[in-house]
Design a protein. Structure first.
Length: 242
């Protein structure tokens, strides 16, 4: 697709085209894109801004609907590129490769992705029930490999034990109420340390800020050996086990 061709697309059509490139078929039904698994997507523009270096920065949000979702969940896409279309496409592509992968698995009866199972007992009925945390793909960047002297004894892995459960398991205490609920919840996890050692973290549930997780995520960052600028991010879903 050329730039002139893509410039005539609506935001919905651009999202559909991005998903089609990834082998994900969609059908337009009014303002929603419907996937074969029942997920329904509605994209919106939040901001589009030209940069001084002739690049563009874009911010969008994708609303997600499904019978398992009580109301709606949403998540933001922030990206940059040499044109508006390139930036929007890249933001949608990143979202599809992380968030949508997790969501598509989480609406299936049988999970294919790694997950954590937790059992609870209903206080009113005494009946047991199971909750599952569906662990999505992780994003990880290190400015440089950590020095061997900075790794814990017996560890030689450059990723220093960053596995799919790390972000959630290290902040799990913050999600006690959400885990015991019966809701379908999408959780965005992000933790970072810049090249000067400054620590930051971000967490959202169904698109809404969830500050209770930030102290746990920041404490987790403090366990990382020095690798310069580093960030880790992930999208997970908390759901009822069918």
């Amino acid at each position: 697709m050329t730039e002139s061709e893509s410039s005539t697309l609506t935001l919905q059509q651009l999202l559909a085209h991005t998903l089609d490139e990834l082998g994900i078929a969609t059908e337009e039904q009014g303002q929603r894109l419907v996937l074969e698994d029942g997920l329904q997507l509605v994209p919106h523009v939040v901001d589009i801004a030209a940069q001084s270096d002739e690049h563009w920065r874009t911010s969008t949000v994708i609303e997600v609907y499904h019978p398992l979702i009580e109301d709606v969940l949403f998540e933001y896409q922030h990206s940059g590129g040499r044109s508006q279309i390139t930036s929007l496409h890249d933001g949608f592509n990143q979202w599809a490769r992380m968030d949508l992968v997790t969501l598509r698995d989480a609406v299936q009866p049988e999970l294919q992705r790694p997950s954590m199972g937790i059992g609870y007992t209903d206080e009113a009925t005494g009946q047991p029930y199971q909750r599952q945390v569906v662990l999505g793909p992780t994003g990880h960047y290190q400015q440089r490999p950590p020095e061997a002297s900075a790794l814990p004894d017996g560890h030689e892995d450059d990723d220093h034990d960053f596995c799919p459960c790390c972000l959630f398991s290290n902040s799990m205490q913050a999600f006690s109420d959400q885990l015991q609920s019966r809701e379908f919840l999408g959780v965005r996890l992000y933790a970072a340390r810049d090249s000067q050692g400054e620590i930051s973290a971000d967490c959202r549930i169904n698109g809404e800020d969830f500050p209770a997780a930030l102290p746990y995520l920041k404490a987790y960052v403090q366990t990382w050996p020095d690798a310069g600028l580093e960030f880790r991010k992930q999208y997970v879903v908390i759901r009822n086990q069918p």
